[in-house]
Design a protein around this ligand. Structure first.
Ligand code: UD1
Length: 418
């Protein structure tokens, strides 16, 4: 099994270009089922994207990948489509459940495996099913599968989500695309990745408008045959390298971003006194000394993202004073804490809140990655720790970080995969 070896305390200097967003690419790939031909640019070629490609190919789509250009051409010209998402694919990547909305819209039926739990929590799909039922889909659960049908097509309606979910908002958008009449989605997730999905669907001929947490969808019959779309940047990858820069950067520039989507992260860094220079499409981080403590609560966008919680926790081990993180989105998302403690971090957990003492010297150790974002927090810890850190189970990292070692090595980090 592959491991990462990191020798810490090497100052980072250079430029890191951010890849396209995994979490925007996945729903857009699911939405590609609706079109005849789609060209997608700026797709990060990470494990989760390949799993989605395998799923779409299983369904019957043809996909050509240009690795050099990070682009995909997806064609749906097959007459023998399988409207099924099998267990073996959905269990490794929950976003597989997003084909449900597209299959119902285009083929009026779908059989999609229930994703089950995952390391960070139970992660049910009740909100996805709630929205689809409201749109008129008949849904049964049998043998671990969601069996959905809408023989006469779906019908527009008002859907008021009892709580905010990214995936459920995406599935509802895909299902409501052609639903007869008008659909109003209330209390929606409004992450930048959802805005990117809406922009993609509108290029396909959709009539979708967003205002605050409300999305209005007018039925669209007109699906453009061929479209091209460039996926938005990965704001979580950006936030990860931003922290690397603040922790151990001599001078790091991060580009290929849109800073308007990451105001929260930038505001926090300004508040703690970080040395950052923010431009519209890039940010430069200089050397930092004596940063102030900080408190964070994870919330749906525009609140602070749960996907950056573990990385900011590593930053908290280096600032002055006791910081706090309250995790409000997932119930089991502090799995990086025991591993960080093994490296010398002083962290206590009480219910949903972690209390982190800083500044604390970290020492390299052999640690284990437990999920995607927890793993990358161990990489950050390894970069600032004395001596050598060995990270096991790095397949988690490969699910979502494109060219991680290459990007860090280019900035003089001592990191290698063995
Ligand atoms: C997406 C992101 C993930 C991110 C999360 C929250 C993708 C591929 N993944 O996941 O990286 O951490 O948003 O920003 O985009 N919930 C229910 N019932 C449901 C659906 C969700 O109770 O039917 C709960 C979840 O358990 C969780 C909360 O709602 O506690 C938010 O989850 P959700 O926004 O749906 O996350 P995902 O779309 O799975």
């Amino acid at each position: 099994m592959q491991k990462l070896l990191i020798k810490g305390k090497r100052e980072l200097i250079g430029k890191i270009s951010i890849s396209g967003s995994k979490n925007a690419s996945l729903p857009i790939l699911a939405a590609s089922i609706l079109a005849d031909e789609v060209k997608l640019k700026n797709v990060p070629l990470v494990k989760d994207i390949f799993t989605m490609i395998t799923l779409l190919k299983f369904i019957g789509l043809e996909i050509n990948i240009s690795k050099k250009k990070n682009s995909l051409i997806i064609q749906n010209k097959n007459k023998n489509i399988k409207t099924i998402a099998p267990y073996k694919l959905v269990k490794t990547m929950r976003a597989g459940v997003l084909v449900l909305g597209s299959l119902l819209t285009k083929y009026k039926k779908a059989k999609v495996s229930l994703p089950g739990g995952c390391a960070i929590g139970t992660r049910p799909v009740d909100l996805h099913l709630f929205a689809l039922k409201k749109l008129g889909a008949k849904i049964k659960i049998k043998g671990g599968y969601i069996i959905a049908e809408a023989k006469r097509g779906l019908r527009g309606t008002v859907i008021n989500f009892p709580s905010i979910s990214v995936g459920a908002t995406e599935n509802a958008l895909l299902a409501a695309f052609k639903a007869k009449g008008q659909t109003t989605l209330k209390n929606c997730a409004i992450e930048p990745e959802i805005l990117d999905l809406i922009s993609f669907l509108n290029k396909l001929g959709g009539k979708i408008k967003i205002s605050g947490r409300k999305i209005l969808i007018n039925s669209s019959e007109m699906i453009k045959k061929k479209i091209s779309h460039k996926v938005i940047f990965d704001r979580i990858e950006f936030g990860t390298y931003l922290i690397a820069g603040v922790l151990i950067g001599k001078k790091i520039t991060i580009d290929k971003i849109e800073t308007k989507f990451v105001k929260n992260e930038i505001n926090i860094l300004n508040r703690i006194g970080a040395n950052i220079d923010v431009k519209k499409n890039s940010i430069t981080i200089g050397k930092n000394k004596k940063l102030k403590r900080l408190d964070i609560t994870t919330k749906p966008y525009p609140g602070f993202p749960t996907d950056l919680q573990a990385q900011f926790m590593v930053l908290m081990t280096q600032v002055n004073g006791k910081s706090q993180i309250k995790e409000n989105i997932f119930e089991n998302r502090f799995m990086h804490v025991p591993e960080l403690r093994r490296m010398g971090a002083k962290i206590e957990i009480k219910n949903k809140t972690a209390f982190i003492e800083g500044p604390t010297k970290l020492n390299g150790a052999e640690v284990m990655a437990t999920d995607l974002r927890a793993s990358v927090s161990l990489v950050l810890a390894g970069l600032i720790a004395e001596n050598r850190t060995i990270i096991n189970r790095i397949y988690h990292l490969d699910r979502g970080y494109e060219f991680l070692e290459r990007k860090l090595k280019k900035c003089k980090a001592n990191i290698k995969r063995v």
